[in-house]
Design a protein around this ligand. Sequence first.
Ligand code: AMP
Length: 256
Amino acid sequence: MSSKIRILLPVKRVIDAALKPRINKAQTGVESAGVKFSINPFDDIAVEEAIKIKNAHKDKVESIHAVSIGPSKAQDILRVALAKGADTSTLVDVKDQEVEPLQVSKILKKLQEKHNSNLIILGKQAIDDDSNQTGQMLAGLLNWPQATNASKVKINADNTVEVEREIDGGVEVVKASLPMIITTDLRLNEPKFVTLPKMMKAKKKPLEILKVDDLGITLENRLETIKLEDPPVRQGGAKVGSVDELISKLKELKAI
Ligand code: AMP
């Protein structure tokens, strides 16, 4: 294996994390009209980490390629990834079609082959579908080691990678050789804002647009969304005047 690192960065366009999603009238999905979309927050962390790795290992990191599978508008988030420091990018234009994690993984496998990537950094989950599956499925398809929910990543001189994962009651450290898959957790880093001059410069960086047909893949979803419902509205609470009153109230409700 060559000692150079070629990073693949899958980034998904999702409803901005600061917004509260609303269910559409037909109850088939989330309302997307007139809503702000941004890069999935965990993918933003992945972009930041890839740039950090590149800055720390300039001689080793050959390329960072960002890829998004989504509508034409997903070009916006690829431009953000390019402005932050990715070198090149691909949009796999699927128009408005929902693409399930297995399909995403199959597309990413094709792109890994095309770019000969040996380190793929994904978010641990997309905040729209909350699947938390793509990285794991891609590792399965490629038969690569995977370190999910990374809170620290260290690349060693011999191209082994040590990843810290926060687990219940402690930290787990796993180690693997490239090629490998990493998925990011919230505490891995704090993504920086991108400046306007960098956004302007990124317009000149390569952004290739492909269709799934170009990759020899046919999209077949296995799940059908029957219906989406809002959670029941929470009942208002009541105030009690003393601890005794609280205890008798809890007894009355058979909570204790
Ligand atoms: P999920 O398994 O859907 O929760 O997504 C986990 C991660 O897979 C995301 O954080 C992204 O890094 C990647 N991913 C999922 N869907 C897409 C997509 N449509 N385009 C690019 N990357 C994606």
